[in-house]
Design a protein around this ligand. Structure first.
Ligand code: 13P
Length: 256
């Protein structure tokens, strides 16, 4: 098990309008207690339209959940129809922003260069990026997993200082494991996360040992404990199972 503080993040993707979001967070906050918040950072990344109502709920009721966003633009403002800027998120007390999720890379053409610009914008506005990396099934079958995640990590962290890198989280999400019910074995994940950490060490030095690296891809209440038992894995980025407050609370409470 890692000695770093785990970060358990819910990526709701394009689910839950703001009313459903409020209900889900009320239920989640009822299920979690002070020991859970003491043990890890618990982050919820809802769609943009939910962020303001959830900020009101969380701050009004003193719920120690952290807010995250699923994406942002790298410019502070401008003629970018449909985009949301990092300072807009910072204004809503968003703490984390997911950048370079594989769905954005695959479905919306997000490049390594954009991921880097977004990560830097998030840092510039005092938030922490959750930088997603991961290989396709073909890359894995060709034995290219480490090369793929290494090059994504190098590109994402280009020009980021060690003092800033410390705040960053990396999410290793093998694409073939997302939403499929198939996940990598904890040992395989541990090995790949170790490879990512070696790249971070090369880029940022000793600070890499403090950085949290999560696993994402079909994380469920039934497999989280085995994943978290691995020394390199510092948390999870949870999609489908995070939509159900009971399941997400069980994942957060993986220690039993
Ligand atoms: P699932 O947990 O639904 O596989 O999604 C993982 C993911 O993409 C989290 O960002």
């Amino acid at each position: 098990m890692s000695e770093r503080r785990p970060v358990m993040a819910a990526n709701w993707k394009m689910h839950h309008d703001h009313l459903a979001a409020i209900q889900a967070i009320q239920k989640l906050s009822y299920l979690l207690d002070v020991n859970d918040y003491d043990a890890c950072d618990i982050v919820v990344c809802p769609p943009f339209t939910d962020i303001r109502p959830l900020q009101n709920l969380i701050e009004g009721d003193n719920i120690p959940l952290l807010l995250g966003a699923q994406n942002c633009h790298w410019e502070d403002n401008g003629a970018f129809t449909g985009e949301v800027a990092a300072p807009m998120l910072a204004k809503l007390n968003v703490s984390y922003v997911i950048v370079g999720h594989s769905e954005r890379r695959q479905l919306f053409g997000e490049t390594d260069e954009w991921v880097n610009k977004k990560a830097r914008a998030v840092l510039k506005h005092g938030m922490s990026p959750i930088v997603c990396v991961g290989e396709t099934l073909e890359e894995r079958e060709r034995g290219d997993t480490d090369d793929r995640v290494s090059s994504q990590t190098r590109a994402a962290f280009a020009g980021i200082k060690a003092s800033e890198a410390e705040r960053c989280v990396v999410a290793y999400e093998p694409i073939w494991a997302i939403g499929t019910g198939h996940n990598a074995t904890p040992e395989d994940v541990n090995e790949t996360v170790g490879a990512i950490r070696r790249v971070l060490k090369d880029l940022c030095g000793a600070v890499a040992m403090e950085m949290r690296i999560q696993y994402g891809g079909s994380v469920k209440p039934g497999n989280i404990a085995q994943l978290m038992a691995m020394p390199e894995i510092d948390g999870a980025l949870v999609g489908g199972a995070s939509l159900d407050p009971d399941d997400f609370a069980r994942i957060v409470r993986y220690r039993g």
